[in-house]
Design a protein around this ligand. Structure first.
Ligand code: 8YV
Length: 332
């Protein structure tokens, strides 16, 4: 029989994923949480035809150049700003992401983080744990209501719409949003959604949730000028990518009271977190876990594995980002 293709599992993942991939491929694995990057990633990928990654490993033109045998890059994340898709397509490298399976779980977390931010969950728990709770007070950690308020969504894709449904159907919120393209009219009508220019969205939202993909067009989409438009009682929640928000400007705006609080699951330069954000009490900070239910992480990883198997065994990868490269392949 033909020699099995060599595949790198570039990070620790469920044993089940290794088992599934091991049925088809000669596996190598990187078992440290410290991501392989640059020359170390290229070295680990020597002679590999496929790689299983998360949203962390950088796949760029230099890496592709150094790994000429590579034919498939399969990520267990929906966001693929870590992958140079154009460079991969130019080299005939199939790329897949892991959409859909994480939508509802990620929306649950986005909503939870927004609520925790509005109702000052972290701050009040720390207060209690410190032993500072001495008495009931009428204004003790009084926050902002979520129900009946105005939910602003920046980036109305699959996850944005899932958050919108929670807000409108479950919490009676009024929905305003900004997106490059508007929702179809029936969807807008069913949610009572109102499209706004970005500046108007910043000014209207009581609770702003950011769910846009990251790229050059969305780098620092929310910076000092945008934050200055927010209501002083408003909250901002970011579950997209760190670079969408200017973290230094956000810390300054929070300190100056331009908005009330922020909930952040993603950070510029994560896992490092801006020290000025760490110093603030009116922030809820989580380590990029919006998609992290066990069932969903498993579904994401298995979807990435299915893509990898299909890409290297002549099948149809279920969630390919550049399926056109398969048409160019030599048979056999
Ligand atoms: C991942 C994410 O946990 O899917 C994404 O885009 O940001 C998260 O769900 C992270 O990228 C690691 O794969």
């Amino acid at each position: 029989s033909a020699p099995r293709a060599r595949v790198l599992v570039a990070r620790p993942v469920f044993a089940e994923v290794h088992e599934r991939l091991g049925q088809h491929f000669d596996l190598r694995s990187h078992d440290s949480d410290v991501a392989l990057q640059g020359p170390a990633l290229a070295h680990a990928l020597q002679d590999c035809e496929g790689v299983f990654i998360a949203g962390v490993e950088q796949i760029d033109a230099a890496l592709l150049q150094a790994c000429p045998r590579l034919r498939a890059v399969c990520s267990m994340a929906v966001g693929y700003n870590n992958i140079d898709l154009q460079a991969c397509t130019a080299r005939g490298v199939l790329v897949s992401n892991a959409p859909d399976v994480l939508t509802e779980t990620t929306a649950d977390f986005g909503f939870a983080l927004m609520m925790a931010t509005a109702r000052r969950l972290s701050e009040s728990e720390h207060f209690l744990r410190r032993g500072d709770w001495k008495a009931w007070r009428y204004d003790l950690f009084a926050g902002a209501d979520v129900h009946g308020s105005t939910l602003g969504i920046l980036g109305m894709g699959r996850i944005g719409q899932a958050i919108a449904r929670r807000g409108v159907l479950g919490f009676g919120m009024r929905l305003v949003y900004h997106n490059r393209s508007r929702l179809p009219a029936p969807t807008e009508a069913s949610l009572g959604a109102q499209w706004l220019e970005r500046d108007a969205l910043m000014a209207e939202a009581d609770h702003l949730v950011i769910v846009v993909p990251y790229g050059p067009e969305s780098h620092h989409l929310v910076g000092a000028a945008e934050l200055a438009r927010m209501k002083p009682t408003a909250t901002l929640t970011n579950i997209a990518r760190g670079g969408v928000v200017d973290d230094a400007a956000l810390a300054r705006a929070l300190r100056q009271g331009q908005l009330a609080a922020a909930g952040l699951d993603v950070f510029e330069g994560e896992p490092q977190v801006h020290p000025e954000l760490l110093a603030l009490s009116n922030v809820v900070l989580t380590p990029h876990i919006a998609s992290a239910s066990l069932a969903t992480r498993r579904a994401m990883a298995l979807l990435a594995a299915d893509n990898l198997v299909a890409a290297l065994t002549g099948g149809e990868p279920p969630t390919a980002l550049n399926p056109q490269v398969l048409a160019l392949r030599q048979p056999g």
